[in-house]
Design a protein around this ligand. Structure first.
Ligand code: CP
Length: 320
């Protein structure tokens, strides 16, 4: 089965089966990435426009690469250098891109909800490549894929997400995906960087997908027995003042170093959405050590985005 959905705005409305479809298709796409000639005509004649209104390396380049491997025409637009700088609104920018017959618009935007707004008004499929502190669904899909590829499953894994949970769109989308797939999640941060709803709201709330999520302010307790350790970058561009005494103090209390990693399971995987602030949330020897899957996440991101673009633009067919 291929997905029947038009948009990928967050994982909160993905069923387990849809997530599994993307991960299964990503496996086939990963095989294409290993070929000498990395090209397949699956999306020939389709146009993908990436519109990034915030900086990006991994997400923007991997969407471009994914589209090109699938033989789509890929056009990149950025906030700087476009007519956004002359004051053109998001809506008018999007209408302009749609008038160029975009089949898919991949958007990153500093404001939460911008991709949802476009999805309500445009014919093209909209993919959220990160909206403010809200959601980053393709990062979550590639994180799930990386875990499944390494462990053969996501269900039952203990995943410790450590750092700036408050401003992290990755943490939010990962939470939807991980809980749907049956992982157990512990969020760890200083109290000032934990969302109030996480601290007060969900623990034990009957039936809520986040009811089983643990919240911890002590990093040693959070890492104890973890299968996956995922430090998060401090989103200083979003933070207001007063969250932390100093970066040095944060690193001392929450940075993932070899001593702390040893508290996790012996084969625990280190993941990071990137970009990293080495020496702050993660030590270089951990970031580039034998347990790190950080570069593999980037490669997997191309395969997952290929799978998603294919699913969004190819008519669904039911399994026989
Ligand atoms: N993980 C991620 O979104 O990285 P970029 O900001 O480089 O796209």
């Amino acid at each position: 089965m291929l997905t029947t959905r038009r948009h990928a705005l967050d994982l909160d409305d993905f069923s387990v089966r849809e997530i599994e479809d993307v991960l299964n298709n990503a496996e086939a796409m990963r095989e294409i990435l290993g070929r000498d000639i990395r090209k397949t005509p699956a999306l020939r004649g389709k146009t993908i426009i990436t519109a990034f209104h915030e900086p990006s390396t991994r997400t923007r380049v991997s969407f471009e690469q994914a589209g090109k491997i699938l033989s789509a025409d890929v056009i990149n637009v950025s906030g700087s250098g476009s007519s956004v700088e002359k004051g053109e609104s998001l809506y008018n920018t999007a209408l302009t891109l749609q008038a160029m017959n975009a089949d898919v618009i991949v958007i990153r935007h500093p404001h939460a909800g911008a991709p949802h707004f476009l999805a309500r008004h445009l014919r093209a499929s909209i993919v959220n490549a990160g909206d403010g502190g809200h959601a980053h669904p393709t990062q979550a899909l590639l994180d799930l894929y990386t875990m499944r590829r390494r462990f053969g499953r996501v269900e039952g894994l203990r995943v410790a997400i450590v750092g700036d949970v408050l401003y992290s769109r990755v943490a939010r989308s990962d939470l939807w995906g991980l809980t749907a797939m049956g992982a157990s999640v512990v969020l760890c941060a200083p109290p000032t960087l934990l969302p109030v709803d996480m601290v007060n709201g969900y623990r034990g709330a009957p039936g809520h997908p986040f009811a089983s999520v643990e919240v911890e302010t002590n990093v040693e307790r959070a890492l104890d027995g973890a299968d996956v350790v995922m430090p998060l970058r401090l989103q200083v561009e979003r933070q207001r003042a007063g969250h932390l005494p100093t970066l040095r103090e944060y690193s001392r209390a929450y940075g993932i170093n070899a001593r702390r990693l040893a508290l996790a399971k012996p084969n625990a995987l280190v993941m990071h959405p990137g970009p990293m602030n080495e020496g702050v949330e993660i030590d270089p020897e951990v970031a580039h050590g034998p347990q790190s899957a950080i570069e593999e996440q980037v490669t997997n991101g191309v395969a997952v985005r290929m799978a998603l673009l294919y699913g969004l633009t190819t008519p669904a067919r039911e399994e026989a």
